[in-house]
Ligand binder design. Structure first.
Ligand SMILES: Cc1ncc(COP(=O)(O)O)c(C=O)c1O
Length: 411
């Protein structure tokens, strides 16, 4: 028989959300009468903006005639979308990013998971804890770690994020080649200021490290003074790759469209020490492995930047912000410590007990599903993540039930 990639056997148990789904399904089959409110999974609930739907339809109609039909698209995505992205997401904010540095894809998850293919097998990797599990897991699969022990993979440098440091990772105190950063953060909801991000860019420039900056939640930033892109920091173009997604911005989780920015000046070195532009490597990788994103999807994404699209996207974000505000208000009334939710759809709650125990309590007693912090790393073991991705009525009911359970009255 053929042998498997044995690194997969190092992966801890199940993927977090599969584990949650299994517990919820088991509960539902035992209690089919109970109404369950999902405050856990980070999936949006509202319809696509009308401007996106209209553009989607128009593009589908184009595909219905031989005259306008389009087959395989360009490797990096259509110009119309990449130019709109460069103009609105970067140049309008003073960040120097060109359309030729943008790679449109079907998801930030795939890009974040695949980018590690560009690097040597023995690089040293730093990542925050708690963290979006994809960063660690894809490096485990690639064989860059040892076995898992007590919630951590040997060989990775974990940067603890807790209330004491405001959920901001410290600069590594040992040499690393690659650093994963995520702001606004999943799961903690933490954000980073220009000055704090500048320290990371300076660190990368001083040490030769590369930063992988995951900005999937930038649309939730409410304070105009906070950076939405790492390229708003001078000098970042040489040392950072950025990942963005239309998933949480415009409700594209099911449609699938995202993009990655690899600036022309961003370099790594070959075994002889010769600098190699990472943009060329990523282009080669995408040309080999991908045939891009559907034309109608790219037209729908382009519509996010139209006048109507921008207004409609803002209305969606405003709705989720209102939910997050409601969650934060309720938590304050319950006397629970928390962070996040201000520039993020996620509120990170100090559960003051084991996070799976708290998950079970909320599920069994309140019929509310949260995300146990343990799934995001050792530092999350006494936290749960609540998500604002829900209807306002559901959020209100979930918080009322949660308050009743914690006050000892049952749901
Ligand atoms: C931090 C972070 N990055 C990336 C993604 C994936 O985004 P996409 O839907 O574009 O694959 C998610 C999705 O939950 C996320 O939380």
């Amino acid at each position: 028989m053929i042998r498997i990639n044995a690194h997969y056997q190092k992966l801890e148990a199940d993927y977090l959300f599969a584990d949650i789904a299994r517990r919820v399904d088991a509960f539902r089959s035992r209690h089919p009468e109970r109404d369950i409110i999902r405050m856990g999974i980070g999936d949006v609930v509202h319809a696509l903006p009308a401007a996106c739907i209209a553009a989607f339809r128009r593009a589908v109609d184009e595909m219905a005639s031989d005259e306008h039909f389009r087959g395989y698209g360009p490797v990096q995505g259509y110009d119309f979308l990449r130019e709109a992205i460069a103009r609105h997401d970067f140049q309008a904010r003073g960040a120097e990013v060109g359309a030729d540095e943008i790679f449109v894809s079907d998801g930030a998850k795939c890009d974040i998971g695949s980018i590690q293919e560009l690097f040597a097998g023995d690089i040293r990797i730093a990542l925050p804890d708690p963290v979006y599990p994809v960063y660690a897991d894809t490096n485990v699969m690639a064989g860059r770690t040892g076995a898992a022990s007590d919630g951590r993979y040997q060989g990775l440098v974990y940067l603890d994020c807790d209330a004491a440091n405001g959920y901001l990772p410290r600069l590594p105190d040992e040499p690393v080649d690659l650093v994963y950063l995520c702001f606004p953060n999943n799961p903690t909801g933490a954000t980073i200021t220009h000055e704090q991000l500048r320290q990371w860019v300076d660190y990368a420039r001083d040490t030769g490290a590369l930063i992988l900056f995951d900005a999937a939640y930038e649309a939730f930033i409410r304070d105009e003074r906070l950076p939405r892109s790492i390229y708003e920091v001078p000098g970042a173009r040489e040392v950072a790759i950025e990942f963005r997604s239309f998933s949480k911005t415009a409700g594209f989780t099911g449609v699938r469209c995202a993009y990655t920015v690899v600036p022309r000046k961003c370099m790594a070195r070959d075994p002889e020490g010769v600098p190699v532009p990472l943009r060329e490597l990523w282009h080669r990788r995408q040309a080999t492995r991908s045939n891009g994103v559907a034309y109608p999807v790219q037209r729908a994404a382009e519509a996010v930047y139209s006048a109507d699209g921008r207004q409609q996207v803002q209305a969606l974000i405003d709705g989720y912000h209102a939910n997050a505000d409601g969650i934060r208000r309720s938590l304050r009334e319950m006397g629970l410590a928390f962070s996040g939710g201000e520039h993020s759809p996620y509120v990170w709650v100090d559960s003051a007990r084991d996070s799976w125990e708290f998950f079970d309590l909320l599920l069994y007693e309140a019929g509310v599903v949260c995300t146990p912090g343990a799934g995001f790393g050792r530092c999350g073991r006494r936290h749960v993540r609540l998500s604002a991705f829900n209807g306002a009525a559901n959020v209100g009911t979930a918080m009322t039930r949660m308050a009743a359970v914690l006050a000892g009255r049952g749901a």
